[in-house]
Design a protein around this ligand. Structure first.
Ligand code: NAD
Length: 359
């Protein structure tokens, strides 16, 4: 029996509710596939601020480092909104990424046939869309030096940020993207602005060189302006997209919204070695916390990504995804994805339906 140590960070708001459902379904899948999961829960976000004054206590980071994967729910809420930036729950997320060296962010955007009408785009445009955006997370213009607001000799202020990528940074994100493409449709589109930016020219050169190691993956390149256009014009042409931090920030949100339903979107953040962090894209939804109204499916799909990309247990990932499809086929809906004729359920009842689907 294979044994995995999972750190659970339920966080704030609806976090504990959706985490409870997810732990139950993971245990069930483990029983079926002879995988043993041991779970350790740790404090993060507002809950950690209340208990320790720190959104990511050292102890939490140590527990995360000492595990095979980290499953995070969501953090934040009204209660902590007025705190200074360095003490806010969101600071914990940045510290967690830095502490675990997570440089790759994987954001799938898959149209589920049962929820196709949630998209704002026409059915024929989005039907069958299944895209993975791989975004570089710790480099590029968000971190490049020099950065800041400086005063020139004439007394005018200048704001400066620097877009910079080194070969090693491009190579490591490129490898993650080629590997991810291999686990999917084996097509990778690299997005840059190589017609204008030198940093993008280097990006394009390195990704092209790297492709020699992945002859089974078909590589293409797009400029970011064209990529944005193509994403809404004809999104089905994409399988896996790899891009830098700034372009990825924008394109991953645009791709996600092709699906139209935030309660359904998982994500993964990976490092070179060590545990990855798997979490839903949505926040802590304080407006519905504690009311048994939360949709747990993005959290369950995040656990499926954890199985596939974090633990290399693709069959466990398949089973979790299949259970989500089964409950949607049976017309179970939480309020956020409700439509006429469907069966409105709460978080707990959705959990029970998932357990039944898993058998
Ligand atoms: P949000 O995603 O929490 O909520 C936006 C809307 O979507 C709300 O109406 C909410 O009820 C609904 N919603 C979100 N997830 C849902 C789910 N699983 N089921 C049903 N409905 C759902 O975003 P927000 O309101 O902008 O932020 C709330 C808090 O979450 C803030 O403190 C914010 O900083 C934090 N936040 C955290 C993360 C994270 O943990 N990674 C991400 C985004 C926002």
């Amino acid at each position: 029996m294979t044994h995995y140590r999972i750190t659970l960070l339920p966080g704030d708001g609806i976090g504990p509710e959706i985490m409870e459902v997810t732990v139950a379904v993971m245990k069930r899948v483990g029983e079926h596939l002879d995988l043993q999961f041991s779970f350790k829960e740790a404090l993060m976000g507002g809950a950690a601020i209340d208990a320790t004054g720190n959104p990511l206590p050292d102890e939490t980071l140590e527990i995360c480092k000492d595990s095979d994967a980290v499953l995070l729910a969501a953090i934040g809420g009204y209660k902590w909104d007025s705190l200074p930036n360095n003490l806010r729950p969101e600071r914990g997320l940045l510290d967690l990424r830095a502490g675990l060296g997570l440089f790759a962010n994987l954001r799938p955007a898959k149209i589920l046939p049962q929820l196709i009408d949630a998209s704002t785009l026409k059915r024929e445009v989005v039907e069958g869309v299944d895209i993975m955006v791989v975004r570089e997370l710790t480099g590029g213009i968000y971190f490049g030096q020099p950065k800041g607001i400086f005063t020139t000799e004439t007394g005018e202020k200048r704001g400066v940020n620097t877009m910079v990528y080194s070969e090693s940074e491009i190579d490591r994100i490129g490898k993650v993207a080629f590997e991810a493409a291999r686990k999917r449709g084996s097509r990778l589109c690299s997005v840059d602005k190589a017609n204008v930016l030198e940093v993008s020219q280097l990006w394009r050169d390195r990704i092209t060189q790297l492709s020699a190691d992945y002859p089974d993956v078909e590589l293409s390149h797009l400029y970011v302006d064209n990529a944005a256009m193509q994403l809404v014009r004809s999104p089905k042409q994409f399988d896996t997209i790899v891009t830098g931090n700034l372009f990825g920030d924008i394109l991953s949100d645009a791709a996600a919204m092709l699906t139209g339903s935030i309660g359904m979107l998982p994500s993964a953040s990976l490092g070179a070695s060590g545990p990855g962090v798997f979490e839903p894209v949505h926040g802590s939804a304080p407006d519905i916390a504690g009311q048994d109204k939360a949709n747990p499916l993005a959290q369950v799909l995040s656990a499926a990504m954890m199985m596939r990309y974090g633990l290399n247990e693709p069959e466990a990932g398949d089973r979790l995804e299949q259970a989500v499809m089964t409950v949607l086929d049976a017309n179970y809906r939480t309020g956020d994805i409700m439509s006429p004729g469907m069966k409105l359920v709460g978080c707990k009842e959705m959990g029970a339906a998932l357990m039944q689907a898993l058998g």
